[in-house]
Design a protein around this ligand. Sequence first.
Ligand code: PHE
Length: 448
Amino acid sequence: MTSEKRSTFGGKLAAVLVTAGGSVGLGNIWRFPYVTGENGGGAFLLVYCACLLLLGIPVMLAEFSIGRNARSNAVEAYRRVSGRWSWVGYLALAASFLILGFYFVVSGWTTAYFVRSVTGELAALDSAEAYRTAFESFKASPWQPLLCALFFLWITHAIIVKGVEKGIERSAKVMMPLLFAVLIALTVRGLLMPGAAEGLKFLFMPDFSNLTPRSFLVAMGQAFFSLSLGFGAMITYSSYFKPDTDLVGTAVEVSVIDTLVAVLASMLIFPTVFTAGIAPESGPSLVFITLPAIFNTMPWPMVWSACFFLLLGLAALTSTISLHEPITLYLHEQKRMSRLTAARVTTAGLAVLVTLTSLSLGVLNGWKMAGMNLFDLLDFSTTNILLPVSALATSIFAGWVLDRKVLQRQLANGCSQRTGILNVTVFLLRWICPVLLLCIFFDNFGLL
Ligand code: PHE
């Protein structure tokens, strides 16, 4: 361990902004709106909120308590409580590294599309088909997407090497308000579109007939991914919280902000898509094909698409920082590297992975494992295997292994009134979260 004074975030607002930045990401913008619309709109939203209360917030509290209790990197945080559990920390770091492999590639695309919006290149395309062809050929081409992904990695690296206060905290204080400003402007624009009423109906009208048993699992998986649980990001960030930062309040606020961003993004996307009379979809095709094509039919297409890709880029950047930091901190504290060297080693490793992942959509597409190219493999294995396993282990660890007094001390923050919250959290972590997480895991493999 290093003996130098450990960094902390400035205060409550900083803790909330940075942590919310780590949870708001591409998932809020391209996945949440779609799964909500598909699974009964308002009815799904209710289920999603229940998942946040039953699963998301308790596991976030567990990660916060583990992190602030140890005030160290994720591996050491587990090891200090029980040497037999340090593998969960390694698993979380592996998940962070691997997810970054494809997250950076997609983040790079947002950079390219932002530039293409500003230069007018996007607006020059004239049909939905042209947007599809342009995206497919862009993604498969070797150089442009790769350079954009490496550029995004470089920005992330530059922020990380500036340190916790001057890099991570300061950037979140600028980026999060900017993200909200852009999001609100775009949402207002969406609500002024002719298809707004239809879009909002699709989004909010509770249609319980579309709510299937699978919807519950989808909601749980989305809650975990969206809150960035199981990746070591929350353990790492909470290790920088001040001793008096209220963990319960922070977890609730972060969940509210994360959900608000997802709902606002939906209020932008559905009215837009319905105005164009197109069926909503999710993922890259929604944000890189459908939406730019629709923006182009509106007045000022360049402005809207530039704002939209700026929004995506900001959301992605706050997440890439939160995934890079746990690995950097681990190398810095456990392998006794300076922070700069640790960040460089992490970035160098990522540069190799990102290069292979980006090329796997073009020249290396023939290189397949389990029938998937590297991009799909990383996406599948991190969200469907590593994330549920790591979140499951976290809840079992916090519910059964971690001394209840530690959890109590962390959650109570000096006030003794919190026994009710503690009891409920422990009950959920011990019994409810593990069972539900096992269901998600088996469902991902078609075993339910
Ligand atoms: N929560 C981010 C999103 O919604 C993804 C993420 C996962 C970020 C894990 C950090 C850690 O896109």
